[in-house]
Ligand binder design. Structure first.
Ligand code: PLP
Length: 407
């Protein structure tokens, strides 16, 4: 009997997640051969020696001693109350524990919320560049990503006029990532107000991925979307992975705000989908209250003298010193997204460049086109290594680009 192989979901062919894709696989092969690599592909603070604050570790240790049952599908009541209270302090309208959904990271909630929202062929307005899970989850929930551009010449900010033109009768939601991964842009209030007006006019769900909300540099500020959205349905995402350096705990949340009448059955849909997966990882949830009411520990890292601040300075200075690179300095989040310019940019292919960086220079970067952009001359690095290491990485990048510019 001939062996038939399994077929998989066809739409998977449209999905890419190159942050952990082919290049990362090749990196593991090289490491198995004994090579020491600098892997700048994942925004994973723990992999660079950052630790979650001790008081959060203790909260988990204390909590785990008392409980091991499943919890409510939307999360532990005390954790949800802390998240709602955090949002009320920000001015989010109608933020109550009943409208908080705790998940296994924001990742799970992105998928779950799009599954709750979309019917086949529905469109979701996504930023380009995007964090590629947003595209993947839209596609795998039978939706269609429609991209609004965030161009470097505009500081990677979107143009609300373009967003308005992209709205069609099939559009269901506008997704914002603020502060942005991969660009580091932080969106000003007036811009957000204009986007809210578009959502209001066309009855769209606002989905604001704010997982980097407190990771800000220099005098950058963060404007949460929900307080501006007022009565409109708005889903705001946050979590412990980045601000609290606890990626591996898998703790994220989504807060539904606005007039409950306007969100219709959406709350029920989220609750049902949450119930089908029983509940999110419980131990991680014990840290939420402490994280949101306790001391701010991220600012010491992003302020002058702090490690993230210094690495960002190294990024800015390295790009400034290079004739081959141009950078929009990140205002927030954990990444640099430089462009290759000038002679080195001629015939430049970001994948070929990333592969050469890996094979010849032992550095893993992510090609810019992995973030669903129409251009191919960018790459992304994380700001998680210490500053001297990032300077060394840019010395190697310079070597490769100088070679390319000569040929
Ligand atoms: N959203 C953005 C913009 C991210 O960059 C990431 C992770 O890098 C996530 C969501 C997922 O985070 P979590 O660890 O909470 O699943």
């Amino acid at each position: 009997m001939s062996m038939r192989s399994l077929k998989t979901r066809e739409r998977l062919s449209e999905v890419r997640y190159e942050i952990r894709g082919e290049l990362a696989r090749r990196a593991r092969e090289l490491e198995a051969q004994g090579r020491t690599l600098v892997k700048l592909n994942i925004g994973n603070p723990g992999a660079f020696g950052f630790r979650a604050p001790e008081h959060l570790q203790r909260a988990i240790a204390d909590g785990i001693a008392h409980t091991d049952p499943y919890t409510h599908q939307q999360g532990l009541p005390a954790a949800r109350e802390a998240i709602a209270e955090f949002h009320r302090r920000r001015g989010t309208p109608n933020a109550s524990p009943e409208r908080v959904f705790v998940g296994n990271g924001v990742s799970e909630l992105i998928d779950l919320s799009l599954r709750a929202l979309l019917n086949p062929g529905d469109e979701v307005l996504l930023p380009s560049p995007d964090y590629p899970l947003w595209s993947a989850a839209t596609i795998l929930n039978d939706g269609r990503p429609v991209y609004y551009r965030c161009l470097p010449e505009n500081g990677f900010l979107p143009d609300p006029e373009e967003i308005a033109k992209l709205v069609s009768p099939r559009t269901r939601a506008i997704v914002l990532i603020n502060p942005n991964n991969p660009t580091g842009a932080s969106y000003p209030r007036e811009l957000l107000e204009r986007i809210v007006a578009i959502a209001a006019k066309h009855h769209l769900l606002l989905m604001s991925d704010e997982i980097y909300d407190e990771i800000l540099y220099d005098d950058a500020t963060f404007q949460p979307l929900a307080p501006l959205a007022g009565d409109l349905p708005c889903l705001s995402f946050g979590g412990l992975s980045k601000v609290h350096r606890a990626c591996g705990w898998r703790v994220g949340w989504a807060v539904l705000s606005g007039d409950p009448l306007a969100s219709g059955d959406f709350h029920h849909a989220m609750d049902l989908l949450g119930a089908l997966r029983l509940c999110a990882n419980v131990p991680g949830q014990f840290a939420i209250e402490q994280a949101l009411h306790g001391v701010d520990t991220i600012r010491a890292l992003t302020s002058p003298g702090g490690r993230l601040h210094d690495t960002r300075q190294a990024l800015i200075e390295s790009c400034d010193a290079s004739e081959h690179l141009s950078l929009v300095a990140p205002q927030g989040a954990l990444y640099g997204f430089p462009a290759v310019v000038g002679d080195a940019a001629e015939g430049f292919d970001d994948h070929a460049f990333a592969l050469e960086m890996l094979e010849a220079e032992d550095v893993l970067v992510v090609p810019g086109s992995s973030f669903n952009v129409p251009f191919r001359n960018h790459f992304r690095v994380t700001l998680l290594p210490e500053a001297p290491m990032l300077r060394e990485v840019f010395a190697r990048i310079e070597r490769v680009l100088a070679r390319r510019a000569e040929t």
